[in-house]
Design a protein around this ligand. Sequence first.
Ligand code: PEP
Length: 251
Amino acid sequence: MSRKKIVAGNWKMNMTQDQSINLISELNQITSNDVEIKIAPSFTNLSKAILILENSEIEVIAQNVHFEERGAFTGEISVEMLKSIGVSNIIIGHSERRKYFNETDIILSKKVKVAIDNSMKIIFCVGEELSEREKGNHFDLIKSQIINGLFELSTDKIKSVIVAYEPVWAIGTGKTAENHQIQQMHEFIRKLFKDNYGNDISNKLRILYGGSVKPNNAKEIFSLADVDGGLIGGASLNFSDFKAIVQAAHG
Ligand code: PEP
């Protein structure tokens, strides 16, 4: 089964408006038919990014969303607000949201629901801390993150989900997971989808790897059987690195 690769850049809390315009203008030169490219700038840079990339194949996505549709939630951003500026894809459950903002499986499943019920696509992140892996709990943990976050979705709705496996100990640390660890976990995730939703859904599911993907390791990682691209943090802030990672996804 051939699945189109995705390279998604998560800019996190980086880039002022000017810096973001500069990087987006560079990214605008990238053409790529057989790789889906996405970038997730901060909320303040989304509208400008969408405007500049209007005629490009690069999709502008959000890093987060609130789980309520509207109301008295000072400082939060709703799905409707994102839709109204042209965003149709949201990262949900990044480990930094889980860890620093106490986003539990229950909160995340509400975010998933509000996004999907409003016709959004999502990149749902899962990943274990090093301590969990060392205790041998990593498969159980990923399983529960996926079941609790996603598996209330119907067969039709689950099609809007991309999964990103991001071992927390590999994010921003320069420490990439070993290829066999990556492949093993991606295969495990695909099997969970197969057991719950059947062959067709699991074969089409795209599972991204995230955790210190750089130009020098991207090709190897992207060539693993169950890896369908990457969620890129640090390296997505540098044009030539991000471009090289996109090229590595061309296979
Ligand atoms: C991320 O935050 O999603 C990520 C993978 O970061 P980095 O590439 O910097 O490890």
